[in-house]
Design a protein around this ligand. Structure first.
Ligand code: ADP
Length: 387
């Protein structure tokens, strides 16, 4: 009631794993906003916390205000962003210009020790004046021990949210318990469609499919151990723990696929590389149909993950549990992206590489020659957005 007193709901605009999004008009001044109703406490908490820290970034969706409701629902009042990168992938020749905006948004996250953990085209939204913004922080985490792969060149202070919202510690524990119980009761996920629906939720790791036709380099795998471990790790994920079951599979870094719970912001950089490649290729770089197939597709392009390609990888929790045949002639990223400039391929190679420590940071990439000309926001009328 409090919400409808202030906002007139116009239509339902979208929905996600835990949310419904409505287009609404603010009664006081007619401003069009997005009302995101989140039905999961943990997800709402993470999104509010991350967005509050990132309000100074023009490349992150603006949070105007939020309401908590009964049954742990939250309603976030967000700036309304009409379209997402997915529309551009299908439709625009101007997509490259958006890359710098994504990098700025991600740089803002990483400076604040926030890992987005679910970067994908559908979570990159575009405003009416053509500014690309990061959205959907429902899986975001603030690193307990902030660490950057490389120091940024520019000194920075973490932003402090104007009105930091802090629940009582007892409240968090209580809600977390409910959250975890909810997960345990959750049924089998359905295999879902392209982008909007292929978000990897917790049950996803259970549906590793060893029969699909794409497991070209797969030799053997002990599924039960992996499943148990994946589930256990998920359950361990409370306020302090990290889980490897995050992110949409196609954009998920190899360390996550191998069960790492000690990952950092580098997982977003891998996702970013996959998104950049997709913008050039106009199709996903690694559209895995299962977690095993996902790794196979990566190996087919980059070669097997071994101590030579990433010294230390054999310590990953699931490394010894999955045995893959040797890929004799990996395709290489160049061959995946024919007809693209070496500059573009070079950018992707700096992100889509095994060793997380050697992935370039968002700030480093922004300093690349490729971005040296100030990228102009793409006005909407230049984009052919499907109606
Ligand atoms: P979830 O966290 O549940 O996956 P998302 O944040 O991805 O939810 O939102 C689901 C859908 O709602 C998006 O794909 C998009 O279509 C729409 N949406 C989300 N935020 C906005 C916004 N600020 N403006 C307009 N549409 C939005």
């Amino acid at each position: 009631a409090e919400i409808t007193a202030h906002y007139e709901i116009l239509d339902r605009f979208g929905s996600g794993a835990y949310s419904d999004v409505y287009r609404a008009r603010r009664r006081s001044d007619g401003l069009i906003v997005a009302l995101k109703e989140i039905h999961d406490y943990q997800s709402a908490f993470r999104e509010i916390e991350a967005l509050q820290m990132l309000q100074n970034s023009p490349n992150v969706v603006a949070l105007h205000e939020y309401f908590w409701r009964e049954h742990e629902d939250a309603v976030l009042v967000l700036e309304f962003l009409r379209t997402d990168l997915e529309a551009l992938i299908r439709d625009s020749a101007k997509r490259e210009r958006g890359l710098a905006s994504i990098l700025r948004g991600l740089d803002a996250c990483h400076r604040n020790s926030i890992v987005h953990r679910d970067l994908k085209p559908a979570n990159l939204l575009i405003s009416d004046d053509g500014v690309l913004k990061l959205a959907d922080f429902g899986q975001a985490r603030i690193l307990l021990e902030p660490r950057c792969v490389n120091e940024y060149d520019i000194p920075h202070e973490p932003l402090t949210p104007a009105e930091a919202w802090q629940p009582e510690p007892s409240e968090i524990v209580e809600k977390d318990k409910t959250y975890k119980e909810g997960l345990e009761n959750q049924g089998q996920n359905e295999l879902q469609d392209y982008h909007t629906n292929n978000s990897v939720e917790e049950a996803d790791d259970k549906e590793m499919n060893f029969q699909d036709g794409n497991t070209s380099c797969l030799a053997t795998c002990t599924t039960s151990d992996l499943e148990d471990d994946a589930l256990k790790r998920h359950r361990d994920d409370g306020n302090g723990g990290m889980t490897s079951c995050v992110g949409t599979r196609w954009y998920r870094a190899p360390e996550l696929l191998y069960g790492s719970v000690d990952y950092g912001q580098e997982i977003d950089l891998w996702s970013l590389g996959c998104i950049f490649a997709e913008l050039l290729k106009l199709e996903p770089l690694f559209p895995g149909t299962s977690d095993i197939d996902q790794l196979c597709r990566i190996f087919d392009v980059l070669g097997n993950l071994t101590e030579e390609t990433w010294s230390g990888c054999s310590k990953l929790p699931d490394y010894g549990k999955i045995f893959f045949g040797k890929v004799e002639n990996p395709l290489g990223l160049e061959a995946c992206l024919p007809n693209h400039s070496s500059g573009e391929i070079h950018l992707i190679q700096k992100l889509v590489c095994y060793d997380p420590a050697s992935r370039a940071t968002a700030m480093e990439l922004l300093q690349e020659k490729y971005f040296s000309e100030e990228p102009l926001p793409v006005p909407l009328n230049e984009l052919r957005i499907p109606s």
